[in-house]
Each structure stands twice: as C-alpha cells, then as structure tokens.
Design a protein around this ligand. Structure first.
Ligand SMILES: *Cc1c(COP(=O)(O)O)cnc(C)c1O
Length: 361
C-alpha cells in the first residue's frame, strides 16, 4: 500500500479557469502556458482539459515532444527559444513556434537547413531586462531574420515585470513597458503577444493578438494578496492525505523536532502523512491552515520530511484515517505560499515525484 498522500488534478477546474482567461482575452487568442510540467500538474494530465486553448507555450523541448506525442496538433511555442543547433531539427520535426531573443539564435537559424518555414516570435526587452532585444536593436534583428528564407517572423512579443502591481511610473511599470513596445514596433504590422495572467486579469488596457496565461489556469491568483476565487478561478490541484496518528498531550508537552510547539492546555495533536519530501514547504510556520475533516486547524511544530503535526482542538472528532487537505478548495495554495514567504507557483512546481497523482475528469 502506498502512503495515503495523494494529489488530485481537476479537469473541471482547468476548464473553468481557461474559460475565465478566455473571457478576459476577448478576441485575443490564448497560449496555455504549460512550462515546468504544467506548473507541476503534469503536461499529459492537463492537456485534455486545455484542448480549447489555441496553443501551448512551454520552454523544454522534451515537454514539446511529450505534448505532440499526447496528440496536441495545434501550435506549440518555445518561450525561451532554442539553445543549440540540433534543437532546430526538433523544431522542424514537431513544427514548433519559437521565440528568438538573442543574436546567437539568429546565427543558428541562418545556418540551419530547414524543411519548412519556422515561425519566429521576436522578443523585445521593454524593461524587464531578462530576455529580448533592446528597443534600438529590434529593427535590425527583424531585418536579419526576414533575410533568412526559411524563417517567418509571425509575432512581436514582450513580458511584463509588474503587471500585478500598481504602476509606480518607473521604467518597468506596465505603462512604460507598453510605451517601449510601441516605440520598438513603429514599423511592425504583424501580431503582438504581451499579457501573462496578471496582465490578462488586471490590466485590460494591454491589448495584443495573443495572451499567455499560466498560473491562472491552475487556479493560482494572478495578483498576490488577492484571493484567486475573486477572479472566478478554482484550484486545479488538491494535495490531500490522512491522519496516521493522534497524540494526547498534557499542558507543557512539546511536539516534533526542536520541540518548538508546546501545548498550553491538554490537547490532541494529529500526525499527517505529508512532509517536505512531498513538496509541502518546510518553512511553513505554525498556524498555517490545514483542513481536517473539513475543519481548519493550525499547523503545530516543525514540518518534517514525511510528516506534519496539527493541533486538533478545532477538529474534536478527528481520528486516525480522517481526511486532510493541505491545499485545494478548503485551503488556498496561495495562503500556504504566502505564509511560507513564497508564491503558489513554487508550491505547485515542487510537488514531489513520490506523490501519487489522480486525474479527476
Ligand atoms: C511563465 C510565462 C508566462 C505565464 O506567466 P503567469 O504569471 O504564470 O501567467 C507568460 N509568458 C512568459 C514569457 C512566461 O515565461
């Protein structure tokens, strides 16, 4: 028998979240971002529920291969482009769209013998200062690409640094990045792709022809501090387990490594089969909510490798075998993340391979 821990992937939530993204997208087409193994949900597991998307965006060639093998026929976009010459053979064979963000990639494209046209998305650095050509070099890069017979530049693209924040008027604010993009693209008549989840849900003035939501599809909030439910989003992942032991403590008794948590009155402590080796954050502080049989109870004591402990005072009927939700509908992954000083993205992506996953269609 496996340990009772399990992750559930909910197709209805993915479909709902894609529909919400579409509603915000209006006439714009949607790249469903499935990088990092679909933010930890599993590329093959999410594809059936994302079939209404117009394309997939990811950055690992192996994941592109898996998506094609799973039967995805619509476009697939490589968000970081390619890394070496032989990647171009795969781009050819799988007919992938690719970002080009650097001169080295243009040189590789020029040297490549392609069997058909390669769709290129030319990336502009509008202030994030991570990937992309600086504004003054956009036109030159475009001209070089257009001179390669087997290249078809389809889209100009950029990425926002602060789409979930109030614009401070600085060089990486949404308005400044949009102005920079427009300046670089004065003589560009092709397609544009700008918005991630935050820009899609929070910045209606950001236009373009394609949008690229990721976190929102999985039910994570597109804006830190604002609950995902408020955006009509539902969690695509539930992490659940059970109580495997219950301890009765007297006042003054401690629990776990370092004896950090001490009972201030006689109480019961539940032991959950879930620890940091399953992907639960070790830094989660005491008080982090955990749902036991539908009651929210606080984490008590340090998270260990295979177990966490919770104060069962708020769940008096809980017994060994009681169901526990670490995150999902009852406990938002964003809440656990925020208390742990991180974002829902990281927790989803860190779901450990040892956790059995079940897809709920
Ligand atoms: C990851 C990524 C996205 C999706 O971002 P979310 O915040 O998850 O919506 C969009 N565009 C690019 C270029 C990305 O790397």
């Amino acid at each position: 028998m496996p340990r009772p821990i399990q992750a559930l992937i909910h197709h209805d939530a993915l479909r709902n979240n894609l529909a919400q993204a579409r509603m915000h997208a209006g006439a714009r087409r949607v790249w469903a971002v499935v990088k990092a193994d679909a933010y930890g949900h599993g590329v093959e597991r999410v594809l059936p529920a994302l079939d209404a998307a117009d394309g997939l965006a990811l950055l690992d060639l192996a994941e592109a291969e898996r998506a094609r093998a799973a039967g995805w026929r619509k476009p697939i976009l490589l968000l970081e482009g390619f890394f070496e010459a032989r990647d171009l053979e795969l781009i050819d064979r799988l007919s992938l769209d690719t970002v080009v963000h650097d001169d080295s990639q243009i040189a590789l494209l020029a040297a490549h013998r392609a069997s058909g046209p390669i769709a290129v998305h030319l990336k502009v650095n509008t202030g994030m200062n991570r990937l992309g050509f600086p504004l003054p070099r956009f036109a030159g890069a475009l001209a070089k690409l257009q001179a390669i017979p087997h290249v078809q530049v389809s889209t100009a693209t950029m990425h926002f640094a602060n789409a979930d924040a109030t614009d401070d008027g600085g060089p990486a604010g949404v308005a400044a990045q949009m102005r920079a993009f427009d300046r670089a693209l004065v003589s560009w008549a092709g397609l544009r792709s700008m918005a991630n989840s935050a820009a899609l849900f929070m910045q209606p003035q950001v236009g373009g022809d394609w949008v690229r939501p990721g976190i929102a599809l999985y039910g994570g909030t597109p804006c830190a501090g604002r609950p995902a439910v408020g955006f009509g989003l539902r969690p695509a992942m539930t992490l659940r387990s059970t109580l495997i032991a219950v301890q009765k403590l007297e006042r003054g008794d401690c629990v776990g490594y370092g004896s950090r948590w001490r009972a201030t009155q006689p109480c019961r402590v539940g032991v959950v089969a879930c620890g940091y080796a399953d992907g639960y954050p070790r830094v989660a502080p005491e008080g982090t909510p955990v749902a036991v049989d539908g009651h929210i109870v606080p984490l008590a004591g340090r998270v260990s490798m295979d177990m966490i402990t919770v104060d069962l005072s708020g769940a008096p009927d809980a017994i060994v075998g009681s169901t526990v939700e670490l995150w999902g509908e009852q406990v938002s992954i964003d809440t656990v993340a925020e208390l742990s000083g991180t974002v829902g993205y990281e927790l989803m992506c860190a779901l450990a391979p040892r956790v059995p996953v079940e897809v709920i269609d």
